[in-house]
Design a protein around this ligand. Structure first.
Ligand SMILES: [Zn+2]
Length: 440
């Protein structure tokens, strides 16, 4: 086999579309190859991933695979997708161009090792929403991910924006490789060797990523799985044949270890009941052993929007907390109880409840105004508090129509504040109605 020859500074390479790029710099090196900075004649810069010869087991098949992904195109802005292949060099290897990795993003693994932290809880929730949105776009484009792990994701700690890199293996081959560590993100049926990765196994991986993002530990790693050395045999047991959720309601035998899984012990109670329920469903024995009950991206999106709208500050200690809509919540910082006077109740979306607690500064987004919108960033309304009453300020572009219990019809234009009264029905836009429910 030919020897791998790194590219030289100043070397030019011909791309499949006929243009050429010049190598200007080395950006990094990984297990699959070297990434260089290259420049088009126009001055535009790109990154170029140059594969190690030994990495490519079937170079021409892999070339065609990448070619097909380039032709189909990137699912969304969140993907650092291959743009152009180079021509083969000496019939042995090749590379492809992609956008240069922007500054400010940090690898998800660094968050897991607590080397990076989100600026605030809101940025973390936005990161979760961005991951779900990216997966949805990927599946809508007909791909599945297959090769998911914490090294693929990079997140901006301030904005929660997500970039997914190493998309080379999206679609195509994906049998259980037996590589240690990788199984942590695979659906149990893939680890067991029962199934090839597909949409359903990707959905399992998505739930693992979300759990690790929010809770900070792995959902299946508890006291039972604390082996001195993680061999293939144990790995198959933990993630494949005998998986057990660390917060399984029926079987507590794999609960978090009090020293090894402190994040899980500390953070689980920080999240409201509906997030805990979503994870219990995702990691139930039915999901782990039969592949059932897994949440679709759209369900996760609605659940996470509910989470986003429940983010408030504790009135006692000022810390950020997630407030349940309809019941008392214990602030994890000061351990005091906080309860909303009521909540806004929308129609369910994708089988999930849509609610917002009536509490100072709880926010509604474009998503809440218009059920067809997936905009979770544009704030469209906010709850205001004055002694003895709560208001909802219209920051949207819509004219709201309100029907009071006595049948009176009101209107609130953008910029106006609606004083929230029991049982009023607010039509935000096109019969998308929320009802004001008073909590007992
Ligand atoms: Zn507090």
């Amino acid at each position: 086999m030919a020897e791998f020859v790194p590219l030289r500074k100043g070397q030019t390479l011909k791309l499949a579309d006929g243009r050429t790029v010049t190598v200007t710099d080395k950006l990094g090196e990984g297990g699959q190859g070297i990434v260089y900075r290259v420049r088009y004649d126009t001055g535009e810069e790109r990154a170029l991933k140059w594969f190690f010869i030994g990495y490519l087991k079937d170079p021409s098949k892999f070339y065609r695979h990448l070619e097909s992904n380039i032709n189909v195109g990137s699912p969304s802005e969140a993907f650092l997708w291959p743009e152009q292949l180079t021509e083969y060099v000496s019939g042995e290897t090749f590379g492809y161009t992609m956008k240069i990795f922007p500054k400010g993003y940090e690898s998800f693994s660094r968050y897991l090792l607590a080397k990076t932290r989100f600026k605030n809880v809101a940025a973390m929730v936005d990161a979760a929403l961005n991951i779900v949105t990216a997966f949805k776009a990927l599946h809508n484009k007909g791909y599945n991910y297959q090769d998911l792990n914490d090294g693929n994701f990079s997140i901006d700690p301030t904005s929660g924006k997500v970039l997914i890199c190493d998309n080379d293996n999206v679609m195509g081959h994906g049998e259980y490789s037996g590589v240690l560590g990788k199984a942590r993100y695979m659906a149990p049926e893939v680890v067991r060797g029962d199934k090839q990765p597909d949409k359903s196994t990707d959905r399992f991986s998505l739930a693992v990523i979300l759990f690790m993002l929010l809770i900070g530990n792995h959902p299946l790693e508890g006291v039972k799985t604390n082996y001195p050395a993680l061999t293939n045999k144990y790995e198959k047991r933990i993630y494949g044949t005998e998986p057990l959720f660390i917060f399984d309601e029926k079987d507590p035998s794999n609960a978090p270890h009090k020293l090894l899984h402190q994040n899980a012990l500390r953070l689980w109670g920080f999240f409201p009941s509906f997030i805990q329920a979503a994870f219990r469903q995702s990691f139930s024995q039915e999901s782990l052993l039969e592949g059932k009950e897994r949440l679709l991206e759209q369900a996760w999106f609605n659940i996470l929007m509910r989470l986003k709208s429940s983010l408030v500050r504790c009135p006692h200690c000022g810390e950020e907390m997630f407030l349940e809509s309809d019941r008392a919540t214990t602030c994890q910082s000061c351990k005091r109880t906080v309860k909303a006077v009521g909540h806004l109740l929308f129609d369910k979306r994708a089988g999930q409840d849509v609610t917002v607690p009536i509490f100072k500064d709880a926010a509604l987004y474009e998503y809440h105004m218009n059920p067809l919108s997936e905009d979770f960033e544009t704030r469209s309304a906010v709850i205001l508090e004055k002694p003895g009453k709560f208001g909802l300020k219209n920051d949207s572009n819509y004219n709201w129509k309100i029907k009071t219990p006595s049948g009176k019809i009101l209107a609130k234009q953008p910029g106006e504040v609606l004083v929230l009264g029991a049982d009023a029905k607010i039509d935000f836009y096109n019969k998308n109605i929320a009802q004001v429910i008073v909590n007992n």
